[in-house]
Design a protein around this ligand. Sequence first.
Ligand SMILES: [Zn+2]
Length: 129
Amino acid sequence: MTTPPSPSRYDEDGYLPQACTLTARHLTDFPYREELPADLRPQLEELVRATGDGSDVITRVAGWKLGGWPTWHLTYPAVFACGDCGTDLTLLFTVASDAETGVVVGRSGDLRIFTCPADHRHPFQVDLH
Ligand SMILES: [Zn+2]
C-alpha cells in the first residue's frame, strides 16, 4: 500500500492544522457601547480611553472568545433571529484577526458563530464581521 503525497498547496497555504496550545484567560466582557444603558456609557467610555486607542478594545479581543458580547466595530449593532423560532441568537464564540496571535480571518475580520438559546438543535448562524 502506498500513501499518496499530500497536495503541496496545503503546506504553502497553511491549510493543515498545526499543533498548538490553548491558554485560557478570564475576562470581563461588556456589550458594545451603543447597547449599554445610557447611564453606563460614560463609565465605559472612560474605560476605553484608559485601556486603548478609543476603538473597540472592550468587545474585540485577540484570539478566540467563547461566549460574551459580539463586537460591532464595522456596522451598527444588529440582532440575528433564529430561523426556526425567531428567538434572538446569542454569541457562541468569536475568532478574531489580530497581530498578537497571527490569525487572519477573511480581510482581517472576525468569524462569529451565533446560536439559538431556546434550543441548541436550531441552526446556528455564521457571520464574518
Ligand atoms: Zn431557535
